[in-house]
Design a protein around this ligand. Sequence first.
Ligand code: SAM
Length: 334
Amino acid sequence: MTVQAPLIDRFARAITYLRLSVTDRCDLRCTYCMPERMTFLPRAEVLTLEELHKIALAFIARGVRKIRLTGGEPLVRRDMLQLVQALGRQLGDGLDELTLTTNGTHLAQFADDLAAAGVRRVNVSLDTLDRATFASLTRRDQLPQVLEGIAAAKAAGLKVKLNTVALKGLNEAEIPELVAWAHSQGHSVTLIEVMPLGEVDGDRFDHYLPLDAVRRDLESRWTLVPNAERSGGPARYVDVAETGGRLGFITPLTGNFCEGCNRVRLTATGQLFMCLGGEAQVDLRAAVRSDDPQAALDAAFARAMGEKPERHNFVIDRAGAAPALARHMSTTGG
Ligand code: SAM
């Protein structure tokens, strides 16, 4: 595919990474992510497979080289595999990488097909290895399915990275064990601070755990060797000498990571968010449904590049404070 004018924002950042949310629905109800009775979007508002594909191709034509499918839970969307297969055909033709972020509950079923379509790596969210903690954290007793999914991904030849949200009093004590287990299986782990996105049933402040404290704890057990690798994303990495594995830290609250931001996020309804922590958005569904989608998408991309903010502004410093943003992570695409 011939790349036309690349997408460059006002701060000279090239946008090469699209996170595409294919559904806002999820089969888990992680307590820090959404309430038990979550209101999901009406299905009619969600982009069709053809629209998702068309928009993704328009991004690739403008220089996006990596696409991550997310949600909600991407693997609960029925035609998800068709989208993966269609986008997989762009690998080597504009697209360098097609990947997804999943909770793993359906991964055992899809791992082989994902690998066959050209997916090489998956991120699996896993906050605990303890079945009872998993059941209370996600409000669903599905740890065995997730572990089976992770094993199936490995067997299919996919590289697995685990994403773990660090939660005070919930999985805090278990983090070293989880990291050691992941490394023993050949998986890397990235730890994430909980972010104030959307109303949940409890108060996230109760479980907010700054990663500098976690890092100090890990340093008292292991030798953490800083690694210069940057994925173009917010994570900072270390290698753990004792386990031979890689460990990442994403610290939206205690460390700013916006200067190298190369990404934008499309919701399942076609709203393009230029920042996970900002309100600026551009409607790509209207563009793709217009009489001249190509021209309308290009105009929307130009508006988006003009509106991408320099940085986000999360704060989680007061018990009971309203979320910084009303939008849930599952809406924007985590
Ligand atoms: N269902 C998929 C999954 O579980 O990976 C993809 C979507 S999920 C919203 C993506 C990631 O966002 C998960 O790792 C989840 O733990 C994380 N997440 C959700 N809400 C969060 C919050 N308020 N702060 C930090 N991480 C959050």
